[in-house]
Design a protein around this ligand. Sequence first.
Ligand SMILES: [Zn+2]
Length: 241
Amino acid sequence: MRQCLQYGNEEICYQVNRVVSRKQKIAIHVYPDGKVQVDAPVDADPVRISDAVRVRARWVSKRLEEIRERNLHVLPREYVSGESYFYLGRRYLLKVIEIPGCVGKTKLVGRYLQVTTPTAEHTLVKRFVIRWYRARAKELFARRLSALAGQIVWLREIPPVKLLTMRIQWGSCSPSGVLVLNPSLVKAPRECVDYVILHEVCHLKEHNHSQKFYRLLSEMMPDWERHKTRLDGLAEALLND
Ligand SMILES: [Zn+2]
């Protein structure tokens, strides 16, 4: 359900997401792509929901303004030498080496992400870069998950992981217990990767963002909020592909 409200001379539109929860809380999220989502209890009165948004309209408007500002500086990628690419929180410069007839190879060499390609055609270079990120993501997520799982006493077995490119989300946990992780997460610092993995692992036990959920998460990662804040700040730059 999509609704809008007037704030000054601005129109704030939001999506209402009905959630099953014992708590009567209404939560407002502003995502890096400018989407506003309001999580409200299934039986919450529509007036109560719009009032909740109205009360926080100033905050929502400020967040949207920040996003517009940031978007002005984020340029679309061209997959040419000299562009910046992130891997585990570090910045690497793309270096495209054209060798006609070669099979194509992507690897890190010093501070460069080096792509050797039969042609420098940007869709091809893009394909190599995306393939490289996916391969790194698959490897890293499996490694971190098995390291972290060793410390979680209630986890009986390592859950399966699926990679899924998402525009506004780092991960989710399917009802059948599959951890869905965004391959772009491999661009973030390792602690942020661990935070997302642990967050989704906690959903295996607690399916919503209840107090119990956050207690569980804090037990495993006491300083998770610090990593979440850092990741939120990086979202626009890292999800832009
Ligand atoms: Zn969650």
